[in-house]
Design a protein around this ligand. Structure first.
Ligand SMILES: Cc1ncc(COP(=O)(O)O)c(C=O)c1O
Length: 344
């Protein structure tokens, strides 16, 4: 059972890190009654990390609350990162840079998503990146992102700037502390709302969100199964990225790794076959969530997360007595870039 001593253990671990308040936390944890009725399966709750505030919110604000102070401590005056044209991570890095008063420059991967659509190329996240003052240069998916980030960083140093590299997806050990913190926040809400949560489901890609939650719940001794929906159509790759960060986190907080690795659940059947593409399951999830709950999802991440929730319920994965949190990781600005999916 969850008790305050477990909360204290986790909060002590998190307090070791320098944190900057960037977002609107705690994000709400609330029931989705109409979606639960429609599903006729487990009780469903939503954790609104899409409503984390800064720069239209999303799941990278939590990692950035730890990465930004590290950047500022290092004397950085420009955040350097990478992502696709509709990257939510890049948008949140750009928003963070604006908020703390430094620059953001990013490598924009133009050919990862097979989409030649003016909405895709100009609205949604890429529009916001530029509104927040970020600049970019174009790269190909075939280039090694880490090498490119080092190369850009070296070039900026030669120009007299002080760059700080925010890794792709904000995915590293320090960033994942943000989701240790989310586990603590969820535990506090579970206690206050007297919930008995059995599962948490979310879109998983670069791994920091899932690794942070698994380790956080383990430190809390909270038996919530974390289901990562593969959004990359690359189950092995997602597992590998989650495992890498999980391994570093386990070492950092002093937990035994093998038991934690067993807890990694990656569900491969809702990826629509490719990163950045949506299929009828994704569209159904987005449409149903919109019409029943006015909950806005996106086609690249959160739509696949709810498609996973619907599909797993239909397949009998959950018991009716289960209670599932859908962690809404954000991505909403991308919906404007995908209007054509819905016939607009
Ligand atoms: C909206 C959204 N959801 C989920 C994810 C996946 O989270 P993670 O990369 O931590 O696995 C991302 C990653 O960029 C995202 O932008």
């Amino acid at each position: 059972m969850l008790d305050s001593s477990h909360l204290k253990v986790l909060s002590n671990k998190i307090d070791k890190y320098n944190k900057m308040n960037l977002g609107h936390f705690p994000t709400p944890l609330e029931p989705l009654e109409r979606l639960s009725d429609w599903l006729d399966g487990p009780a469903v709750y939503v954790k609104r990390d899409d409503a984390s505030g800064l720069g239209q919110g999303g799941n990278k604000i939590r990692p950035l609350e730890f990465l930004a102070p590290d950047a500022l401590d290092s004397g950085a005056n420009v955040l350097v990162t990478a992502g696709v044209i509709q990257s939510n991570s890049v948008r949140q890095v750009a928003a963070t840079a604006a908020k703390v008063g430094i620059d953001c420059h990013f490598a924009m991967i133009t050919d990862r998503v097979d989409k030649v659509d003016t909405d895709y190329n100009h609205t949604g996240n890429i529009f916001l990146d530029q509104l927040y003052g970020a600049t970019f240069e174009e790269i190909s998916v075939n280039e090694d992102k880490d090498v490119v980030l080092e190369y850009i960083s070296t070039r900026l140093k030669q120009q007299g700037k002080s760059p700080y590299i925010v890794p792709y997806g904000c995915a590293n050990l320090l960033g994942a502390i943000g989701y240790l913190n989310a586990a603590l926040e969820i535990a506090e809400q579970i206690i206050t709302q007297q919930l008995h949560i059995t599962h948490l489901i979310h879109a998983s890609g670069t791994g920091g969100t899932q690794a942070g939650l698994i380790v956080g719940f383990a430190l809390l001794n909270l038996p919530i199964k974390v289901i990562g929906i593969d959004i990359d159509a690359d189950e092995k790759g997602v597992r590998c990225r989650v495992t890498k960060i999980l391994t570093e986190l386990a070492d950092e907080v002093g937990l035994e790794l093998e038991g934690l690795k067993q807890k990694i659940i990656i569900e491969p059947n809702f990826s629509a076959g490719a990163y950045g593409q949506a299929d009828e399951k994704t569209v159904e999830a987005i449409t149903v969530s919109a019409k029943l709950e006015a909950l806005t999802l996106d086609p690249v991440y959160s739509g696949k997360g709810v498609a996973g929730l619907i599909g797993l319920t239909r397949n009998g994965y959950f018991k009716k007595s289960d209670s599932v949190i859908f962690l809404h990781t954000g991505g909403v600005p991308a919906i404007y870039a995908y209007r054509s999916l819905f016939g607009y």
